[in-house]
Design a protein around this ligand. Structure first.
Ligand SMILES: Nc1nc2c(ncn2[C@@H]2O[C@H](COP(=O)(O)OP(=O)(O)OP(=O)(O)O)[C@@H](O)[C@H]2O)c(=O)[nH]1
Ligand SMILES: [Mg+2]
Length: 229
């Protein structure tokens, strides 16, 4: 079945569509509760989305080490399994809560609400949500965040914004990571940004290496601006 051909649905497909709409409506209502909760405390929440291994946790580890002393932040880690990432975040110096989604492929707003009850972030702080590594499903689920940050590493190919357009269409920032590897891969940064802007006109883009620290200041400036906006 092609997208948009709802008239070709059989009864089972139609029930699936109705159920999906109900799930998303429930999620949107809980996301609105989270958004108000953040606003009441002047907390900025960022939702980091990407395919597995783009370097989300590495980016956060360096961010915590570089900014953590001035900017209080807590991290909600979403993974299907293991406590690996929350352990890395704590070792970098921030409080973290690990959420294991099991067979689930994304975080939902209700889960974030319960994680906030546990973490109790302070007013005027930053809450960073590292979503489950997946370029598809997390695009559909609003968590109540101020911004979605899509991270794409140069080993993944500069065509990914064209092939997975829904994620980049809802992103507020594109971070291209692992630029230290550019000499070894066929990845055109300008073409990648053009592909992303074809689905999200005007999308802001920053190219960094979370490993070497190259251009991380641009990411830090964006974080500071997001707290004012
Ligand atoms: N060369 C290079 N490697 C990087 C960079 N950032 C991350 N890596 C490596 O990429 C691998 C994956 O990094 P992670 O930070 O675990 O990626 P992730 O997006 O958090 O992964 P998931 O949580 O599993 O989706 C690790 O081996 C990192 O050391 C970078 O800027 N340059
Ligand atoms: Mg990670």
């Amino acid at each position: 079945m092609q997208n948009g051909h709802l008239d070709q649905l059989d009864a089972t497909d139609a029930r699936t569509v109705v159920l999906e709409r109900a799930v998303l409506a429930t999620n949107d209502a809980l996301a609105a509760v989270n958004r108000q909760w953040f606003a009441d405390r002047r907390i900025v929440a960022l939702n980091l989305v990407s395919s597995p291994g783009s370097g989300k946790t590495t980016l956060l580890e360096r961010t915590i080490r570089d900014l953590g002393a001035d900017l209080p932040m807590v991290v909600i880690e979403g993974d299907q399994a293991t406590e690996n990432d929350s352990a890395r975040i704590r070792a970098a110096g921030a409080r973290a809560l690990q959420v294991n989604t099991g067979t689930g492929c994304h975080l939902e707003a209700g889960i974030i609400g319960r994680a906030l009850d546990v973490l109790a972030p302070q007013a005027d702080s930053l809450v960073i949500i590292e979503n489950v590594g997946n370029l598809v499903c997390p695009a559909l689920f609003d968590l109540g965040e101020r911004a979605k940050v899509a991270i794409l590493s140069v080993t993944e190919g500069d065509d990914k914004p064209a092939k997975y357009p829904y994620m980049f269409a809802v992103a507020d920032l594109l971070v291209i990571n692992k630029i230290d590897l550019l000499p070894y891969v066929d990845f055109d940064v300008k073409r990648c940004i053009a592909n992303a802007r074809a689905v999200r006109p005007g999308l802001e883009a920053i190219a960094v290496s979370a490993k070497t620290g190259e251009n991380m200041d641009a990411w830090y400036s964006w974080i500071r601006r997001s707290r004012v906006g």
